[in-house]
Design a protein around this ligand. Structure first.
Ligand code: C2E
Ligand code: MG
Ligand code: MG
Ligand code: MG
Length: 286
């Protein structure tokens, strides 16, 4: 039985379908209307530079508040959006929203860059550059405040075409970072081909730094990044041990629950004040 669907909609369910498949079909159908119904919103997670004791920026992460199912995690609906092509209008929405909110922070005296996760599909639209130009113009955000996060797995599709577009985008002044670095299979070989400004070290590394071999790998990645003039941002930083390991290995920019969970735009100012008071993340003296 197709329960909970709106009027004038139908959905063919068969007995063989598992709960997972039924949910996926429902999400797929509902995703088409989610934009029109304003069911998405952005959250922002801080990245903190422990060397300079300054904010490095915020990552914009999309949230879907489904009217019946509650919050559906991006890990669940982004792959569906990729399959159906809805990722294109959704990504456009995230870009606009992030640029607009970032501009509003500036108007409140907080000049922080924002990074947006970009699907590989955006490079296949042929209008990415034009689109970015128009969004920056419309929102009046300076290009240096925008960063695009791409993943290494996406680059295998059409590396030449992606490089061509990234060159233009970086010449516009927009920054580019490689997300979840170290989880794909072509990581290191890509670095001298893909024009980027920063690496985001996957949280699997952060969570496994007690292992000496993992520490050796992270150390090597950091040294290589330094030589290539790339920033390194560690993902998934949850506690003081993570920070201690990472700083020792030369990584100074941290993102994770220790510094702040992803939060709605209106919580950022409050977070900044609390954070400044508690003095979290400041290196311990002595
Ligand atoms: P990602 O880009 O690697 O984003 C980081 C994910 O790690 C986020 O999950 C974030 O909430 C989570 N995280 C942050 N700090 C910690 C920590 O200390 N510990 C742990 N265990 N997790 C932490 P989220 O928001 O569920 O997003 C998951 C993935 O979904 C993202 O991974 C990204 O690939 C994708 N995604 C999220 N928002 C968007 C978007 O707007 N567009 C696109 N195309 N993809 C998005
Ligand atoms: Mg990301
Ligand atoms: Mg990431
Ligand atoms: Mg990740």
């Amino acid at each position: 039985k197709a329960k909970g669907l709106g009027k004038n909609q139908y959905c063919v369910y068969t007995d063989e379908m598992g709960v997972q498949e039924v949910r996926k079909m429902e999400l797929e159908k509902d995703l088409q209307r989610a934009l029109e119904h304003n069911e998405f919103y952005m959250e922002y997670q801080p990245k903190w530079n422990v060397k300079t004791n300054q904010l490095y920026g915020f990552e914009a992460l999309i949230r879907w508040h489904h009217p019946r199912l509650g919050i559906v995690p991006p890990g669940e609906f982004i792959p569906i959006a990729e399959e159906t092509g809805l990722i294109i209008p959704i990504t456009r929405w995230t870009l606009e929203q992030a640029c607009r909110e970032c501009k509003a922070w500036q108007d409140r005296g907080m000049a922080q860059p924002v990074s947006v996760n970009l699907s590989v599909r955006m490079f296949q639209t042929d209008t990415l550059v034009e689109y970015l130009t128009s969004v920056l113009k419309k929102t009046e955000l300076g290009p240096q405040y925008l960063e695009l996060e791409i993943t290494e797995s996406m680059v295998i599709y059409d590396i030449q075409e992606i490089v061509r577009q990234l060159d233009i985008i970086r010449r516009m002044g927009v920054r580019v970072s490689m997300d979840d670095f170290g989880t794909g299979y072509s990581s290191i070989g890509l670095l001298d081909r893909i024009p980027i400004d920063a690496l985001k070290l996957d949280r699997l590394f952060t969570h496994d730094l007690e292992t000496p071999s993992k520490r050796a790998i992270v150390h090597a990645i950091v040294l290589m990044a330094e030589n290539l003039k790339l920033d390194v941002i560690a993902e998934g930083v949850e506690n003081q041990e993570h920070i201690a390991f990472l700083t020792e290995l030369g990584c100074h920019v941290m993102q994770g629950y220790f510094y702040g969970r992803p939060m709605k735009d209106d919580k950022i100012t409050e977070w900044l004040q609390g954070f400044a008071q508690e003095g979290l993340g400041r290196p311990k003296e002595g």
